[in-house]
Design a protein. Structure first.
Length: 199
């Protein structure tokens, strides 16, 4: 893993350009494509996203999280192993699955990955429904005044009536609307939203 001091040095040397930073990390990686991808993930996605989010979410629930696969001895061993033990016949984490067969039932080893997703689809039909309608369809709405109000209403209604899952489009439109209101209209949004709030 990188130290904050080393990370700042790299960013300063590369003028803070993210693409340059990723190229430099890729250049420093050794081995085949799988090894280099793992190195890249360890220095970008893992430290700048997964670990940080996992820590925030676990701490928000007063849980102290300890990722066992990040023990430095295990990480060093994993980087020394050839890629054929990591990916085999299209199966990722092959060696972990093989070792686990001695300790776990096959239905656990072979089950599909389950992520920690935010239930936006349910929230936009429930607690965030009024917020979405109010912000995206109000007369002052940046989004509604620049896009088709009819289309936005159709997206919201399709989602609400479960005809289609439009959570990504609704989320994207809400982010754009709130970004515009905060940075161009100096509106502040509070956590305790009151439906039909004047914007």
């Amino acid at each position: 893993m990188r130290s904050p001091k080393r990370a700042k040095k790299i960013i300063k040397a590369l003028n803070g350009n993210e693409r340059n930073i990723h190229r430099e990390i890729w250049r420093r990686a050794n081995g085949d494509v799988v090894q280099r991808m793992l190195y890249m993930d360890c220095h970008t996605w893992l430290v700048d996203n997964l670990l940080e989010r996992g820590d925030r979410m676990s701490m928000a629930a007063s849980v102290e999280s300890r990722p066992p696969f990040l023990d430095h001895n295990l990480v060093e061993l994993a980087f020394k192993l050839p890629s054929k033990f990591k990916v085999k016949h299209g199966s990722v984490k092959w060696i972990i699955k093989e070792i686990s067969k001695n300790f776990l039932p096959l239905e656990i080893i072979n089950r599909k990955k389950i992520g920690f997703r935010v239930p936006l689809d349910l929230w936009f039909r429930g607690r965030l429904r009024d917020l979405a309608y109010d912000l995206l369809l109000s007369n002052n709405s940046f989004v509604a005044n620049r896009m088709s109000r009819k289309s936005i209403k159709s997206i919201l209604e399709s989602h609400e009536k479960s005809r289609r899952d439009e959570e990504i489009r609704i989320w994207t439109l809400l982010c754009l609307e709130i970004w515009y209101q905060v940075f161009f209209k100096s509106k502040v949004y509070i956590a305790n939203y009151t439906p039909s709030l004047k914007i």
